[in-house]
Design a protein around this ligand. Structure first.
Ligand SMILES: *Cc1c(COP(=O)(O)O)cnc(C)c1O
Length: 394
């Protein structure tokens, strides 16, 4: 019999009842150090007082009205995001997938309104992840995500990540946009080199294409800059965000330049919940904290500390770990044993990590994790490495 919950997830046998900072607790009191942060969602850990306050204050006032009316919390958050970024305008969604949908629609509508309705193709890359909607899986294009789901949304051109010559050759008069994660998350924490992002920007400028960055995972201070593309010194025309911006409340957004958004006129898009007062109140509280340069500096400092410790861990377990990669607190440990064995051994050591492609385990701790908790994470990773190797030998 099919379970009452549609069985699309292989769930680990833990049930958390409470969270505080970087820690999750089960009903029997067992504590886990959370280096997954709900897959880069709990940017400020669990039950951050400022977020609890923002949520509960707003919950006592007003939850939902409709985008039929003015929503001051939404307006304020949009203004703030525009102030802080390349963008001129913002549309709020409830998830990364929905942000992807709008980004795709926006790019196509842009060219339609420029009297080039055949320019519908969006170039994407191997290892990418853009959500599980029909457009999202078609954009990523991997068999794992698309097989069995019938005719895919057409108009995506899939290229090998890092093959800049192929990218140049793939641009035609049907190309509308290039879509890429500045740091691939699900694909195994693969940062795109700055020079490649710069070259993409140059190619888009040369051909008049739109550059779309999917910063759903790498954005919102995760890499130590407010948005990951800032490291490369290039801006997109359209950017998708979600995950960290809500700190655990479902919130996403598409940010765009005036030019890129020019096709999205009255009635061309909508959302019932997107940008509701609750989500935007929490999003504003998150953004206030993570956009502070001192906070961003701390993310980079902790990244340095964690990386240094991880290098030591790799040296201590050269048969278990291969390398560490990533930026800020978006780090990946490439494994020599199966990554899932290390994630499971982590559970036994009271540590949560997240597997990714390319045999990587992802370390995506809350951005405000303490140094003490980072040290503890290394102790537990060390225990997990010993355990995983023992099990492998049996
Ligand atoms: C998680 C993720 C998405 C999808 O976001 P959802 O909120 O799960 O819909 C899209 N793109 C990237 C890069 C992601 O990491």
């Amino acid at each position: 019999m099919i379970p009452t919950l549609l069985p699309t997830y292989a769930r680990a046998p833990m049930t958390f009842v409470k969270g505080e900072g970087a820690w999750l607790t089960e009903a029997d009191g067992r504590r886990f150090l959370d280096l997954g942060a709900g897959i880069a969602v709990n940017a400020l850990g669990h039950a951050h007082p400022a977020l609890v306050q923002a949520l509960t204050d707003q919950a006592g006032q007003l939850w939902h009205t409709s985008n039929l009316y003015r929503i001051p919390q939404q307006q304020a958050l949009a203004d703030r995001l525009v102030d802080l970024t390349f963008a001129d305008t913002v549309f709020f969604t409830n998830s990364g997938t929905e942000s992807c949908e709008l980004a795709v629609k926006m790019a196509r509508k842009y060219w339609f309104d420029k009297a080039a309705p055949d320019r519908v193709e969006i170039i994407t890359f191997s290892g990418s992840f853009h959500g599980r909607s029909s457009a999202g899986i078609a954009a990523a294009g991997s068999e794992k995500m698309t097989k069995g789901f019938g005719p895919l949304l057409p108009g995506f051109v899939h290229l090998e990540l890092g093959d800049m010559a192929a990218l140049k050759a793939a641009i035609t008069d049907k190309t509308a946009a290039i879509l890429i994660e500045p740091v691939q998350g699900e694909g195994g924490i693969r940062p795109i080199p700055d020079r490649d992002l710069k070259e993409m920007r140059a190619l888009c400028d040369e051909h008049g294409l739109l550059l779309i960055f999917d910063e759903v995972q790498c954005g919102v201070a995760r890499t130590g800059r407010l948005f990951a593309h800032e490291w490369a010194g290039v801006s997109p025309d359209i950017m998708m965000i979600a995950k960290g911006i809500g700190g655990g409340f479902p919130l996403g957004a598409v940010l765009a330049t005036q030019e890129a958004a020019s096709g999205m006129t009255l009635g061309t898009h909508g959302s019932t919940y997107g940008g509701n007062p609750l989500g935007c109140a929490v999003g504003a509280a998150v953004l206030d904290i993570v956009s502070d340069p001192a906070f961003l500096g701390e993310v980079s400092r902790k990244s340095g500390l964690l990386r240094q410790k991880l290098e030591g861990l790799i040296a201590a377990h050269p048969d278990v770990f291969d390398e560490v990669r990533g930026i800020g607190l978006m780090l990946g440990l490439k494994c020599k044993l199966p990554n899932t064995a290390l994630v499971s051994a982590g559970y036994q050591a009271g540590l949560l990590t997240v597997p990714a492609a390319d045999n990587v385990i992802r370390l995506l701790p809350p951005l405000n994790i303490t140094d003490e908790d980072l040290h503890e994470a290394i102790t537990r990773l060390d225990a997990a490495a010993v355990q995983a190797r023992q099990e492998q030998e049996q």
